[in-house]
Design a protein around this ligand. Structure first.
Ligand code: ATP
Length: 457
């Protein structure tokens, strides 16, 4: 089951502490959201799951954590200064701005669809660069600035030599990074789907030219498989090959993994064959290599970003396959998939995969000010917490019905209740989120029960 509409998700996210509008006290800021106590756990669990599958469970990928502030020179040779823009039109009457390629679906700020506005007077489209700039150093006279990176990828390319020198990697191998990216989107919308500050999970996988098409297919399959392991139904995922004329300047071919979001079918992740464009653009002595892509001549680079083929001894620039996923779009898809309205049980429940659940188990003393129950609950919490599977929490409000409802809505797989029987026979009640079944488990078996649950679910 999924949410009926975006409003259901927005409301649950605010009510239960997943996601809040940013700068809320002052009316919020468009296109910016904060992740609350539950949201931060869900987001972290999703990122950890990606990192685990991309870095830990393989032996051909290294990690990186680079700076957000990026030199204009990097983004000049990457092509972002010239081409990272959206076509924009202004309305001379109401002064609002719209994306020229999204006029059909745009809303007039005075209300109603833009296409129905009778008084609108739109300018010709012009390119609007999406990168945020910030001054560097004490004097803000425009002479020294950096960009807030619009993607994490470029810093991976400019670290290529540092990484091969320090790890002795040769293609095929990859570099993975998770981090913030910033885009001055003209019309941020659809909750956390299109925002101005977001996180990306990006892999740049370097391969020998000629093997790129096979690796491209391989990564598309891997990524589809991973999304389904996160609980995203394959019925709502669609693979779309980007039309030749719509490809980015660096791409030979791109597959977009599309998801049926509450507002429609849109991109969740892009998997691009970036050819030798990036390393070719940032390398010195470009003329020494047969670079396939059309790159801008570069006299500023200080470093050779090439690999020597051990058999032929020839130097070549690797091709790059890039799976690039947005964390916020991932969170939105996962929340949508998990959202279940059970009218028969009069409850909303988030049926999250257990590795993504913000709280792994809630320990509930039946009576809040009974010292024996509360002490025992604390002891169990500490013991389960020490197993390191994620956050375990105590619910000490004394209202069991409310606690179950809250933990259903935040997707906690199990609630462990300590009641008066526990004091007599050393057993507790464990309630399963999805089936609502309750069973008595011996206190001494709880750590094993808990670990086994997360091993098997
Ligand atoms: P779109 O066409 O939807 O603007 P894009 O093709 O520009 O996306 P990419 O540059 O391929 O996106 O970025 C890779 C991923 O980063 C996207 O698949 C998406 O998940 C995420 N992403 C990009 N822009 C945003 C944004 N403004 N807000 C949230 N996530 C984003």
């Amino acid at each position: 089951m999924t949410a009926k509409n975006m409003e259901d998700l927005v409301s649950l996210c605010k009510r239960r502490g997943f996601i809040f509008p940013s700068n809320d006290v002052y009316g919020g800021m468009k296109g910016l959201y904060d992740f609350g106590p539950m949201g931060v756990e869900l987001k972290m669990n999703l990122k950890n799951s990606w990192w685990k599958s991309i870095v830990y469970e393989r032996d051909d990928i290294e990690g990186l954590d680079s700076t957000i502030l990026t030199s204009p020179t990097v983004l000049k040779y990457s092509g972002h200064e010239d081409t990272f823009s959206d076509p924009l039109v202004d309305c001379r009457v109401c002064k609002a701005r719209f994306r020229a390629d999204q006029l059909e679906s745009s809303e007039c700020p005075k209300g109603g669809p833009l296409s129905k506005c009778k008084t609108k007077d739109l300018t010709e489209a012009r390119a609007f660069n999406l990168m945020f700039k910030t001054a560097i150093g004490p004097v803000d006279d425009g002479s020294s600035f950096a960009y807030l990176r619009p993607e994490t990828a470029q810093q991976i390319f400019v670290n290529f030599k540092n990484i091969i020198d320090s790890t002795s990697r040769t293609p095929p191998f990859g570099i993975a990074q998770i981090g913030k990216s910033f885009r001055n989107e003209i019309t941020p919308r659809n909750f956390i789907f299109r925002v101005r500050e977001f996180e990306q999970m990006e892999l740049e996988f370097f391969v020998k030219p000629g093997s790129d098409e096979d690796w491209h297919k391989y990564w598309v399959d891997q990524r589809l498989k991973w999304w389904s392991e996160q609980g995203v139904s394959s019925d709502r995922l669609k693979l779309l090959e980007v039309e030749k004329e719509e490809l980015s300047h660096y791409s030979k071919a791109t597959f977009d993994i599309m998801y049926e979001f509450p507002h429609g079918l849109e991109e969740l992740e892009g998997v691009a064959n970036r050819t030798d464009f990036d390393l070719g653009s940032h390398t010195k002595n470009q003329e020494d290599y047969e670079i396939n892509a059309k790159v801008t001549p570069n006299k500023s680079s200080t470093t050779k970003l090439a690999i020597q083929d051990l058999e032929s001894k020839k130097w070549y620039i690797p091709f790059v396959i890039e799976p690039s996923a947005g964390v916020e779009r991932g969170v939105l898809a996962i929340l949508n998939e998990a959202y279940t309205q059970e009218d028969e049980n009069n409850r909303t429940v988030l049926k999250l995969k257990s590795h993504l659940s913000p709280i792994k188990a809630s320990v509930i003393p039946l009576k809040r000010n009974n010292t024996d129950l509360v002490n025992l609950a604390n002891k169990i919490k500490v013991e389960l917490q020490s197993l390191g599977l994620g956050r375990v929490m105590i619910e000490n409000s004394g209202n069991i019905g409310k606690n179950y409802r809250r933990h259903d809505e935040i997707g906690t797989p199990m609630c462990i209740t300590i009641d008066f029987e526990t004091l007599e026979n050393q057993s507790v009640t464990v309630r399963d989120r999805d089936t609502m079944k309750q069973e008595r488990v011996d206190l001494s078996n709880i750590p094993t029960y808990y670990s086994n649950y997360f091993k098997n679910n």
